[in-house]
Design a protein around this ligand. Structure first.
Ligand SMILES: C[S@@+](CC[C@H](N)C(=O)[O-])C[C@H]1O[C@@H](n2cnc3c(N)ncnc32)[C@H](O)[C@@H]1O
Length: 258
């Protein structure tokens, strides 16, 4: 497990520079992002401590530095932390950065009112996920709040359904429709049974909604909420504007209490 984590940290560092070209942006205009709304609703943030786990290039940090009293940011990929520092400029001095894996939080036990993990609970080994969730719970104060977004594997099934039906409605044979849907939704990158995605050295976990509930409860979290983060039908989503008449695609956004 440690070898995998070290290897993945290297791959994530390699992807830091071109990050925006490869990954779905949950902050872009048109996205309905319940996590950001729930974060806005946290009362008296000026007196609270927040940690951004898997901060990446720092898009969340921009929104919380200066608003929350104490801000920590953690990522195991040094190049991601570099980009986050650059993004913040002088404001980086207001953030305590940690370059390490997300399950290594023992020295921060009980310190945070809010922990956030946006698309960073993606380790392919589910033992690492379980260990990380327990560590996150442990770093929160007893009345703390954990907010997260995880990539949805069921949204890939949804895209597949729409792509397949469109091809069939155009009169294509089922075998052709399937091949087209599989190509457009990039099925060759996914392991649908185990919820994994592999791309240029990165191996990421994708989640079913029932697994979000299962693993949070397994780690001891309570008061779970689960909502869809909705993406606009644009070029970043398979099929794009052609499906604008259908409900939008999603990732999963959750909150939980320790
Ligand atoms: C998809 S990016 C998301 C970055 C950021 N949260 C955002 O919303 O743009 C995932 C980030 O999590 C980091 N990450 C993944 N697994 C991690 C782990 N086990 N420990 C620490 N960082 C991790 C990666 O290095 C990467 O920067």
């Amino acid at each position: 497990m440690i070898a995998t984590i070290t290897q993945q940290a290297r791959h994530w560092s390699r992807h830091a520079e071109g990050y925006e070209n490869v990954f779905l942006d949950p902050y872009r205009p048109g996205v309905v992002n319940p996590l950001l709304e729930r974060l806005e609703a946290v009362p008296t943030p000026g007196g609270k401590a927040l940690i951004d786990l898997g901060c990446g290039t720092g898009p969340l940090l921009e929104r919380v530095v200066g608003r929350f009293g104490t801000v920590h940011a953690l990522d195991f990929a040094p190049a991601m932390i570099d980009r986050a520092r650059q993004r913040l400029g002088e404001r980086a001095e207001q953030v305590t950065f940690h370059i390490r894996a997300m399950h290594e939080l023992d020295d921060l036990a009980g310190q945070f009112d809010v922990a956030v993990a946006i698309n960073s609970l993606v380790m392919p080994d589910t033992r690492a996920i379980d260990r990380t969730l327990k560590a996150i719970r442990n770093c929160l104060k007893p009345d703390g709040l954990f907010l997260g977004i995880v990539p949805a594997i069921d949204a890939v099934h949804y895209s597949t359904l729409l792509l397949m039906d469109r091809a069939l409605d155009e009169g294509k044979a089922p075998s052709i429709a399937e091949a087209e849907a599989a190509r457009t939704a990039e099925h060759h990158l996914f392991d649908f049974a185990f919820g994994r995605f592999a791309y240029k050295g990165l191996e990421q976990k994708f989640w079913q909604p029932f697994e979000v509930e299962y693993r949070l409860k397994k780690a001891g979290f309570t008061e779970l909420t689960l909502e869809k983060l909705l993406y606009p039908w644009d070029d970043d989503i398979a099929g794009g504007a052609a499906f604008a008449d259908h409900p939008p695609s999603w990732d999963w956004s959750f909150t939980a209490r320790p």
